[in-house]
Ligand binder design. Structure first.
Ligand SMILES: Nc1ncnc2c1ncn2[C@@H]1O[C@H](COP(=O)(O)OP(=O)(O)OP(=O)(O)O)[C@@H](O)[C@H]1O
Ligand SMILES: [Mg+2]
Length: 229
């Protein structure tokens, strides 16, 4: 395990320089796009993409930083009143903006608007990105189009649900969903780490993650976290 840590440190070190470069270039691009003129909608789309690249490299930088300084993940930053909607919107921008084949649309339930959770926003974002990506992949295999996100508060718990109309959980993987490297995707398309990491991240926030098939086809992932105050 110790040597795995050293490998991680080495990799983190190598990643830091290109990450810093990408981050600087994305900031420059964002400024340049603003001064371009022309189609305003396109311009604001591009500026938003550049800002996402900049912010995401910042997030990667925090990960490499904490690997370098010996930890395995950035220190848990629990916010006891994290608004859910901005995290969901951000995950949407990261996953659905990149889907260009008309294969995916995210429907965000109205109930999400006023909900507050107790969570580390970066970690919850990562989990939602993983769940959205899985939903999009599953939809693609079944010609599905929609992904739904809804959330409800029940007493002191907020349940966040991601549903798709995809191929559903395949029987051969059903009991191993949260194991590292368990995947039904071909090499290069999936590592089988998404759900493992998501489960761990949710556990570190004192929550719970489950996945099941829906009666009407597709899958439903449920995240339960303490409600914010
Ligand atoms: N929404 C879903 N519908 C159907 N099957 C799913 C869904 N989400 C996950 N799975 C199944 O669980 C497996 C593991 O998912 P996981 O996210 O851990 O890895 P992955 O998506 O294969 O690879 P990656 O590391 O890129 O996330 C998937 O390969 C797939 O078989
Ligand atoms: Mg995945």
């Amino acid at each position: 395990l110790a040597s795995l840590g050293r490998v991680a440190q080495g990799v983190a070190h190598e990643l830091n320089t290109p990450l810093a470069t990408i981050r600087t270039l994305a900031s420059d691009m964002r400024e340049a796009i603003r001064s371009l003129g022309g189609d305003e909608a396109l311009q604001s789309d591009l500026a938003e993409s550049a800002a996402l690249i900049r912010d995401e490299t910042g997030r990667l930088g925090r990960i490499t930083h904490s690997l370098l300084t010996g930890g395995s993940l950035p220190r848990l930053r629990l916010n006891s009143s994290a608004p859910l909607l901005p995290i969901v919107e951000r995950a949407r921008a990261l996953v659905f903006a990149g889907v260009r084949d008309g294969g995916a649309e995210l429907d965000i339930g109205d109930s999400v608007e006023n909900l507050v959770v107790s969570a580390d926003s970066d970690r919850l974002l990562q989990v939602l990105v993983n769940l959205f990506q899985n939903a999009v992949d599953a939809n693609r295999g079944a010609g599905g189009r929609h992904v739904w996100l809804s959330a409800t508060r029940r007493g002191s718990v907020v349940e966040i649900v991601v549903e798709d109309e995809g191929i559903g959980i395949q029987p051969e993987i059903e009991g191993r969903l949260f194991e590292p490297f368990a995947t039904t995707k071909p090499p290069g398309e999936g590592t089988g780490l998404g759900l493992y990491a998501s489960y761990m991240l949710i556990q570190t926030m004192g929550g719970d993650l489950t996945i099941e098939n829906r009666d009407r086809g597709g899958a439903r992932a449920s995240v339960r976290l303490a409600a914010g105050t």
